[in-house]
Design a protein around this ligand. Structure first.
Ligand code: GTP
Ligand code: MG
Length: 419
């Protein structure tokens, strides 16, 4: 309905689910880091006492947490969403990506164009640059055609990966932590298993670009079968591209569409067993024209009815927007789950370890006190003080465990719904 249309068109991106979750989990781990610091300070006192309240091993284990938490924080800062595009040569993979990036970043053309893997990721710098395999040096590129030139000068294996670092400020998708991987035609390169091993295991979404003038091929199916063997329940989108070709045969459109749908759904739902047919038909297969989408990126879809475009043309533009929206929903949800669920569990482990250690110390110290209750009053005062502090920390830890345990994904989703 109209609410959903609004969401698509007024810039409320589902990608924010991921960016919000990243901020939330970063805050949580900064909290954990400060708690680890506090605990270490107190344990430094405890270890000095001659009452054997903590073993040396335990003390060392807790000391190492500082390093562990800062490692996790640095992993979180690099966490991103990743999508891999694949399909036969010239089906329009690079064109689809450019349309999504809203700029002609990747070289596109007739025949075999993309000759290796290209990864587009964000940089905080103002100028784009490329990183060619085998060299650590960033080559700056001033304009888009020089990406193509830079690549054609290099002798690259078809399974090597070139990174394009694109200024975050220039592109929303990249600013929101999406990394896009373009691939050489699946019919040109044969080493599917190596591909998957090297570039696909951490992908959140796969987009298969098919030419609607042809059909899904054996090579494409084989690739997805292999992916499904390695990753449980991969998220796969099928784009029937070049749908503009149907303008020449309007009487055939519905028939051809049904044929493509049948084959695509049979593959996704019956062969790969990924989801129900209805779900796949609505959310996983789209009939688009990447070329038209790229040409019309600045057209406001809500004013399309007044434009001079014909009906089928408008439908294709709207379909492309729908695909983008479904894609953003899917990738952010998956990435939050796969990436942050792990971190949440680690955070919980760390807090439980601290909590148990400190509770142990308190219990031990109380036992010792009972056994020697008539001993020196001055040390007792000091022990009481230490004990009060420790109880405080333990309470704090319990509170934080509760905080981390609440599913980050749930909380972020809730915040987004409230907005
Ligand atoms: P390789 O990199 O060689 O594997 O090809 P690719 O899949 O990246 O295809 P690319 O995006 O380079 O597009 C190939 C040609 O098809 C280009 O000339 C595009 O302009 C054209 N093309 C892409 N999408 C469409 C479309 O939706 N409709 C039409 N008519 N042409 C398209
Ligand atoms: Mg290409």
């Amino acid at each position: 309905g109209s609410i959903r249309q609004n969401n698509i068109f007024n810039g409320h991106s589902p990608l924010k689910l991921f960016t919000h979750a990243k901020i939330t989990i970063t805050d949580i781990f900064k909290n954990i880091a400060s708690y680890v610091n506090d605990s270490n300070t107190y344990l430094n006192d405890v270890i000095k006492s001659d009452r054997n309240l903590i073993t040396n091993d335990k003390y060392k284990e807790i000391q190492q947490l500082k390093e562990r938490v800062s490692r996790i924080l640095s992993i979180i800062s690099r966490d991103h969403m990743k999508v891999v595009f694949f399909g036969r040569t010239s089906n329009g993979k690079s064109t689809v990506m450019n349309a999504m990036l809203r700029e002609k970043i990747l070289p596109i053309g007739m025949g075999h164009t993309t000759n290796c893997f290209l990864q587009i990721e964000g940089t905080d710098k103002n100028e784009p640059s490329v990183l060619i395999p085998g060299s650590d040096e960033l080559k700056s590129i001033n304009n888009l055609s020089s990406i193509g030139n830079a690549l054609s000068r290099e002798k690259l294996d078809s399974d090597s990966l070139v990174k394009i670092l694109w200024p975050k400020e220039k592109c929303r998708l990249i600013r929101d932590d999406v990394i896009l991987v373009d691939s050489p035609g699946i019919d040109v390169s044969v080493n599917l298993d190596e591909w998957i091993e090297k570039y696909c295991l951490d992908a959140d979404v796969f987009v298969l670009v098919i030419s609607a003038e042809a059909t899904i091929t054996g090579a494409e199916k084989k690739f997805l079968h292999r992916v499904a063997e390695r990753l449980s329940n991969p998220n796969i989108f099928i784009l029937m591209n070049r749908w503009d070709a149907t303008d020449n045969e309007p009487e055939m459109v519905e028939l051809v569409k049904q044929q493509h749908l049948d084959r695509g759904l049979e593959f996704l739902c019956d062969e790969l067993n990924l989801c129900q047919r209805k779900e796949a038909a609505e959310h996983r297969m789209f009939f688009i024209s990447a070329r038209e989408a790229l040409l019309n990126r600045n057209v406001d879809i809500s004013t399309l009815s007044k434009s001079g475009f014909n009906k089928a043309y408008k439908e294709r533009l709207i379909e492309f927007n729908k695909f983008e929206h479904e894609f953003e929903k899917c990738i952010s949800k998956t990435a939050v789950k796969t990436k942050f669920e792990q971190h949440t569990n680690r955070g919980k482990e760390i807090l439980i370890l601290l909590c148990e250690t400190i509770t142990n110390i308190i219990n031990k110290s109380q036992t010792i006190k009972r056994e020697s209750s008539e001993k020196l009053i001055e040390t007792e005062d000091r022990n009481n003080f230490l004990e009060r502090e420790l109880i405080l920390i333990t309470e704090l830890a319990k509170e934080k465990i509760r905080y981390v345990s609440e599913d980050v994904y749930q909380r972020v989703a809730q915040t987004l719904n409230d907005e």
